[in-house]
Design a protein around this ligand. Structure first.
Ligand code: NAI
Ligand code: MN
Ligand code: ZN
Length: 337
């Protein structure tokens, strides 16, 4: 089988490896589509503190089960599946409270163990979720990025009465916008980004008002319209955003953050406590695959609106360069294996 391997930061090879065999409790997936995520590029460049090398990257992938390990029902062979990349121990404190995504022994497929940019991949059988025929092969790998939006919104509990502000109109911001609109029916969703093309995508994904904040803070147009968002989600993740989000938010607002920057954010207690702001953080997803598969098959989400490119797996380096360098033209890039 052929696998895309980051041998060490900066060095990518397409390697011929012996066909993987599923261990007890695992399934083997013949991969057909996989999505490129910012974190794949970070592992390539050596900017992911969790990654161990050499590593087969890719955590957004779809295929069918073609072999099962000991203890797994052979009737699962042939199932069309997407893979939850979160592998957890099942017995630590976070696992015991239903939060395997922050398991104390967390292993993320494609980061801590080999992933889906490969002809074949293995995963624990319970991480392989069957996809109904209403979700086409070419869009099924989009389930994973929507689970991130499902996870953060589960904390924030959006309502139709909310006025939401989303920072960033990349893949994460767009999935968040779609969930706010299509699932929770939030009446007013405002998005801010510095790139006009991305703001246009945000409108196509359901945003009601798209504000370019390259030259002026989003606080100004919001003040002119006398709007104080009741829900803010930072899907751009620059450390300076949190204080601005707190400042523009309504009293009693909820703020969701998803960034991993190691740089300090400077925030005052007063600005949070005086408005009794609730702050939530969200990492990956906790058992959100079934929910997202249901939303997608009910037509509440439109994953095709994020996909701008699909390229053969062998063109991975070109695909990653395009994804990284051309944020105006590119959103989600899929690989076909
Ligand atoms: P992306 O880089 O494609 O999109 C980020 C967007 O934010 C870009 O369009 C950029 O122009 C915009 N932006 C940057 N600074 C801004 C600012 N100050 N104000 C407004 N917009 C600004 O990245 P993607 O894939 O959408 O991911 C976004 C962030 O989410 C990343 O930082 C990533 O690490 C994080 N992330 C977190 C996850 C979690 O589970 N917590 C999972 C996946 C991604
Ligand atoms: Mn991802
Ligand atoms: Zn655990």
């Amino acid at each position: 089988m052929k696998s895309i391997v980051i041998q060490q930061p900066g060095k990518l090879t397409i390697e011929t490896r012996p066909l993987l065999q599923p261990a007890p409790g695992e399934v083997r997936i013949k991969v057909s589509y996989a999505g490129i995520c910012g974190s794949d590029v970070h592992i390539f460049h050596g900017h992911n503190p969790f990654a161990k090398y050499p590593r087969v990257i890719g955590h957004e992938f779809f295929g069918h089960i073609d072999s099962v390990g000991q203890g797994v029902d052979p009737a699962r062979i042939g199932e069309r599946v997407v893979i939850d990349p979160v592998v957890s121990c099942g017995h630590c404190y976070p696992c015991s409270v239903g939060r395997p995504n922050v398991c104390s022994e967390l292993q993320v497929i494609g980061v801590h163990r080999d992933g889906g940019f490969s002809d074949y991949a293995v995963a624990p059988a319970q991480n392989a979720y069957q996809v109904p025929p209403s979700i086409p092969d070419s869009l099924a790998s989009m389930v994973e990025p929507f689970t991130i939006a499902a996870n953060i919104t589960a904390f924030l509990k959006p309502t139709p009465q909310d006025t939401a502000l989303v920072y960033g109109a990349g893949p994460m911001g767009l999935t968040v916008i779609q969930v706010l609109k299509g699932v929770y029916g939030v009446q007013k969703v405002i998005v801010t980004d510095r790139i006009d093309e991305r703001l246009q995508m945000a409108r196509e994904n359901g945003a009601d008002w798209a504000i370019n904040n390259q030259h002026q803070s989003v606080a100004e147009p919001l003040a002119v319209e006398n709007i104080r968002p009741t829900l803010v989600i930072d899907a751009a993740c620059h450390p300076a955003i949190l204080q601005e989000a707190i400042n523009v938010a309504s009293p009693a607002a909820r703020i969701g953050m998803m960034g991993f920057s190691g740089e300090a954010s400077s925030i005052t207690q007063q600005s949070i406590t005086s408005k009794e702001i609730s702050l939530f953080s969200s990492r990956l997803n906790s058992h959100r695959f079934p929910q997202v598969i249901e939303w997608m098959s009910q037509g509440k989400l439109n994953p095709e609106k994020l996909v701008t490119h699909c390229m053969p797996g062998e063109e991975i380096e070109a695909a990653m360069t395009l994804f990284e360098k051309d944020q105006r033209a590119c959103c989600k890039v899929l690989l076909k294996f």
